[in-house]
Design a protein around this ligand. Structure first.
Ligand code: NAD
Ligand code: UDP
Length: 356
């Protein structure tokens, strides 16, 4: 019998890729999303990749009545909880919105899971919970000192889930702390679609390459790193997606609470990423060396050994593939889901016909 996995935030960047990986592994993803940071057209793109339309419910994870109905109407085996807000700067400006969506949203979800007797939960946390790390690679046992309302909202949920598991030891909870997700599905049909000016390095590079932005501002070139620019652990979104499938498989029937890093264990500098991205696009990327970005850490990367040991999961895709796949998505969809090379979308419907 096929197992159904409720994927909250399944229309978003990581969630949509997780739906592809779940379907490839024989699971039925059931998406719940309010599309506050995603595009309903992702559902059609997913249908193309998966070969059939994924089930989806439009709604808010904080909507108790809706969640009750979803759990009543579907035989759900496990939940992957991606739905949330994720912009660090925005969380400083609108903390209550972040605590409401990220923390209260998880309270409502977990309460409805409990009511329905669904006890397997995979939660999207973030390496941002570590704050300024004492060392890299960062192990899961490192102190957590999140520095923004966003980071604190993730850390609060982690603590809440720990308490929940203490009181209900028959739950399977897996907390996944992601490092820097980049890349896109190899088809170029789904990918990251930031709203407005991108904050993150890879989508910004993509927009410089298409000419939408003039040049990349390198945020700091005087760090104590080999080339002076910031170092991060970039991880391909399909590797992350497969990490979620491994987590769901591991959790099946095995109560416990696990906290795992999902990263490659390897750090790359901003210059490393620019150089690899130039190779992928075959064109030079204009850049300017600018001041450090407030709040940025010089360098950090994760220790993924525990995820390998316990889930058998390891990131397989390197930086070249991350850049090539990000670029393919951007090149074929210059305006995200609203466009596709050679295809005009004049209304909210979706054009399926033309292959690239
Ligand atoms: P995303 O914004 O692309 O996806 C989140 C999805 O959740 C969106 O489709 C959005 O519409 C939906 N959503 C938001 N609030 C909702 C609500 N109240 N009810 C229902 N749906 C709602 O973000 P992403 O990059 O795919 O991130 C997914 C998760 O992973 C988030 O929880 C994020 O905090 C976490 N995370 C992301 C990163 C990253 O760099 N992308 C790093 C670490 C952790
Ligand atoms: N960065 C940059 N220019 C940009 C965006 C990011 O130089 O326009 C740098 C940033 O300072 C950091 C790295 O790229 O060293 C990754 O930043 P991103 O915002 O993608 O992820 P973060 O690790 O900060 O969450």
């Amino acid at each position: 019998m096929t197992r159904t996995v409720l994927v909250t935030g399944g229309a978003g960047f990581i969630g949509s890729h997780a739906c592809v990986a779940l379907a490839a592994a024989g699971y039925e993803p059931l998406i719940l999303d309010n599309f506050c940071n995603s595009d309903v057209r992702v559902i059609e793109r997913l249908s193309e990749i998966i070969g059939k339309a994924p089930a989806f419910v439009e709604g808010d994870v904080r909507d108790k009545v809706l969640l009750h109905k979803v759990f009543r109407e579907h035989e759900i085996d496990a939940v992957i909880h991606f739905a949330g807000l994720k912009a660090v700067g925005d969380s400083v400006a609108h903390p209550l919105h972040y605590y409401d969506t990220n923390v209260s949203g998880t309270v409502v979800l977990a309460a409805e899971m409990q009511r329905a007797g669904v006890k397997t939960l995979v939660f999207s946390s973030s390496a941002t919970v570590y704050g300024e790390p004492e060392c890299s690679p960062i192990p899961e046992g490192a102190d957590c000192r999140p520095e923004s309302p966003y980071g604190r909202s993730k850390h609060m949920v982690e603590q809440m889930l720990t308490d929940l598991h203490r009181s209900q030891p028959d739950w399977n909870v897996i907390v996944l702390r992601y490092f820097n997700p980049v890349g896109a599905h190899e088809s170029g049909l789904i990918g990251e679609q930031p709203r407005g000016k991108p904050n993150n390095l890879m989508p910004y590079l993509c927009q410089v390459a298409t000419g939408e932005r003039q040049s990349l501002q390198v945020h700091g070139s005087d760090y104590a790193t080999p080339d002076g620019t910031g170092v991060r652990d970039y991880v391909h979104v399909m590797d992350l997606a497969e990490g979620h499938v491994a987590a769901v498989k591991h959790a099946g029937g095995r109560p416990g609470l696990l906290t795992l890093n999902l990263g490659t264990g390897q750090g790359y500098s901003v210059m490393d990423v620019i150089n690899e991205f130039e190779r992928a696009t075959g064109q030079p990327i204009a850049r300017q060396l600018g001041p450090r970005r407030p709040g940025d850490v010089a360098a950090y990367w994760g220790d993924p050994a525990r995820a390998h040991k316990l889930l058998g999961w390891k990131a397989r895709r390197g930086l070249a593939e991350m850049c090539a796949d990000s670029w393919r998505w951007q090149r074929r969809n210059p305006a995200g889901y609203a466009s596709r090379l050679g295809v005009e979308v004049a209304h909210s419907g979706i054009e399926l016909a033309q292959e690239l």
